[in-house]
Design a protein around this ligand. Structure first.
Ligand code: BES
Ligand code: MN
Ligand code: ZN
Length: 500
């Protein structure tokens, strides 16, 4: 969807649909007043009937207002003026996007004159409009057989209209929002692709194609032979059970001089998690096509970054493998040596995410990272703890944790911190090896993070468990959510100036 920005004024407002937002005090914007006047008070007359309550996200479509060139006027409720905070704004925008989906229009004009939610600027508003529309209009259609049956979305362009002094910020936000829409959709497409299509090799191909499309992105892909040479025994213990070989996919965005330390993001890319020999139950096993949502997130984030073009360096790594049971698969009790030299007793082959991640986290030491964030659908326990509202954050550095939480608050792609105190560490001590890959019944998300903490002592690091936030397993909106691309993008852009 294209977004453009222009001044809000009546003479040039010839449109198939104009959006006018109103609070429940029914006061009209400058443009709304002009339209009301021109139409002989038609607008205020309808509002006075009080059928339209202006609740947050409520909409009303008026056709052919008298004496104007506006085919449809879409009135959008914003609720009470003093309660118009970022969350209310997002709800209103979702209502607007859903109502727009029902209309057969190519272009939408949105009057934003004087409008902004509490504590946010116009740039945020414009960016959220792009993101919300993209979320609501997103459909995963690649797997539909009959291309003719695909629902055609008519809306192609949104024109944001504001007062002159708002235009610069609106333009900046529109650009960021469009970049985010592109990156988030890419993450959703990868997440939703089934595992017979989306294999580690498919992810590698997508990464190569990204590098072809963006000058500042380069890709390096390690195959199993190279990983063996590097001593990545933990990663390979997962991929060896599958006929689809694992890949360590490294994508680099170079926006600053090569001596500027990069921020590194690492994603869990289990393209299907059957559990391996510790096989999962059949019910709902299909959901494990989403076990590569961490990888999809870092891919989508890097694409967003490349679209925005900040002067910084970012490395994104997808640790891609399939977790399958086979005669070659790892078995409970097996002990392997990770790239770090530390040995791991695999007591449950279904705790595979930490095994592929730990070698990726050792590998990226070579980039001398400024900060490292890994993103993973790591534990079912995380869904029990936080549900689908917040991603979990674990960190060995308060500034990194706080910057991620702040980025989540800013974007409403929220996250919440959980502890990784040393006192949890004994839960993953092993009698035979340096550690074991499960920590017992208690605090499953924390012990998983504690496992990763043993591989990230050399740099400032945070781990995000996105098991509850990155996909929805049922309902109309079933599928990958594109979270936390917005949070991570905001985090990285906030680091451009080297602020932490
Ligand atoms: N990919 C799963 C975690 C998961 C479960 C993500 C449900 C999204 C939805 C992970 O590999 C896993 O199987 N974890 C186990 C760990 C256990 C064996 C210690 C779990 O959470 O049960
Ligand atoms: Mn698993
Ligand atoms: Zn998994």
């Amino acid at each position: 969807m294209q977004l453009s920005v222009k001044p809000s004024n009546l003479p040039s407002t010839q449109t198939s649909c104009l959006v006018l937002a109103i609070f429940d005090d029914q006061s009209l914007s400058r443009l709304a007043k002009q339209i009301d006047r021109k139409s002989g008070g038609q607008l205020s007359k309808i509002l006075k009937r009080n059928d339209f309550k202006a609740k947050v996200g409520e909409t009303l479509v008026l056709h052919d207002l008298n004496a104007t060139q506006i085919e449809r006027c879409l009135i959008l409720g914003l609720g009470t003026r003093d309660k118009f905070d970022p969350d209310a704004c997002v709800s209103a925008l979702s209502g607007l996007a859903n109502a727009s989906r029902q209309l057969t229009i190519k272009k939408l004009n949105v009057d934003l004159d004087g409008l902004k939610p509490k504590g946010r600027d116009e740039s945020w508003l414009a960016s959220k409009i792009a993101e919300c529309f993209s979320d609501v209009f997103y459909q995963y259609l690649d797997m539909k057989g009959n291309k003719k049956n695909r629902a055609v979305q008519t809306l192609q362009r949104i024109e944001l209209m504001g007062a002159d002094k708002q235009l610069k910020a609106l333009r900046r936000g529109a650009k960021l929002g469009q970049a985010l829409a592109i990156g988030k959709s890419a993450a959703k497409d990868l997440g939703n692709a089934p595992s017979n299509i989306c294999t580690p090799n498919y992810l590698a191909k997508q990464a190569r194609s990204l590098a072809r499309r963006y000058d500042r992105i380069t890709t390096t892909i390690l195959d199993e032979k190279q990983m063996e040479k590097l001593g990545m025994g933990a990663f390979l213990s997962v991929s060896k059970g599958s006929d689809n070989p694992g890949k360590m996919i490294v994508m680099q965005y170079k926006g600053a001089a090569s001596n500027v330390k990069p921020h590194v993001i690492v994603g869990k890319g289990i393209t299907f998690d059957s559990g391996g020999i510790s096989l999962k139950g059949g019910a709902g096993m299909w959901e494990m096509i989403y076990d590569m949502c961490g990888a999809a997130t870092v891919y989508g984030t890097l694409q967003t970054i490349a679209e925005v073009g900040p002067k910084m360096n970012v490395v994104a790594v997808m640790a891609a493998a399939e977790n399958m049971p086979s005669a070659r698969a790892s078995k409970p009790g097996d002990i392997v040596t990770s790239m770090s030299g530390q040995t791991v007793e695999i007591l449950n082959t279904d705790a595979e995410g930490r095994l592929v991640l730990c070698d990726a986290l050792t590998y990226i030491e070579r980039f001398n990272p400024e900060t490292v964030v890994d993103v993973a659908t790591l534990t079912g326990a995380c869904i029990v703890a936080l549900g689908s509202q917040a991603s979990a954050i674990f960190a060995n550095d308060d500034a990194v944790a706080n910057a991620l939480i702040a980025a989540g608050e800013q974007t409403r792609d929220r996250a919440w911190r959980l502890p990784i105190w040393e006192s949890y560490q004994p839960q993953i001590n092993s009698a035979f090896a340096d550690m074991q890959n499960i920590g017992g019944k208690e605090a499953g998300s924390i012990t998983a993070a504690c496992f990763l903490a043993r591989f990230t002592r050399k740099y400032r690091w945070a781990h995000m468990d996105i098991a509850g936030t990155s996909f929805k397993w049922a309902g109309v909106k079933k599928g990958s959510t594109g979270r936390p691309v917005a949070l991570l993008t905001e985090y990285l852009l906030s680091q451009e100036a080297g602020s932490i």
